[in-house]
Design a protein around this ligand. Structure first.
Ligand code: HEC
Length: 123
């Protein structure tokens, strides 16, 4: 019995490590997203929140998972590092919309969690 539990726990840990989400908490990220981001990005991330609908450019449709900013110029947009930089420094820092504001109140852990949640919105 205990042995089985250990095996299950080990398998779950391995799965989390393999998917690169060992330390990100998607449920915590969801709370952060719904509290801070959904007014613009929409509850399902489609950019159709009550404020977001009126914006130009529109908030990114996170259910598509197609990102614009390559903040570290590594040739790839929307890496974890890019999302972190945009959330921390805001869109304007990378030539985008200032309405995507710098979220200085979010910790590195909050951003990792909300990033994991954003990834989970991709359909
Ligand atoms: C006031 C509206 C607003 C709020 C609130 C908001 N955003 Fe945005 N967000 C935008 C807009 C507008 C863009 C598009 C910026 C552009 O294209 O210049 C954007 C873009 C993004 C992008 C896309 C970056 C890329 O490279 O394409 C991410 C990721 C993002 N927001 C995450 C978040 C997160 C996480 C939060 C909450 C902590 C949040 N946003 C809150 C308006 C908002």
């Amino acid at each position: 019995m205990i042995r089985n539990l250990i095996a299950v726990a080990a398998a779950a840990t391995l799965a989390a490590v393999l998917s690169g989400t060992a330390w990100a908490d998607v449920a915590a990220g969801k709370t952060i997203f719904e509290t801070n981001c959904a007014t613009c990005h929409g509850m399902t991330g489609k950019g159709d929140g009550p404020v977001g609908m009126a914006l130009n450019p529109k908030p990114r449709d996170l259910s598509v998972g197609d990102f614009k900013f390559d903040t570290d110029k590594d040739g790839e947009t929307g890496t974890d590092a890019d999302i972190k930089a945009v959330v921390q420094q805001g869109g304007a820092a990378f030539g985008g919309s200032a309405l995507m504001a710098p979220w200085v109140t979010l910790s590195d852990e909050d951003i990792a969690n909300v990033t994991a949640y954003i990834r989970s919105l991709k359909q």
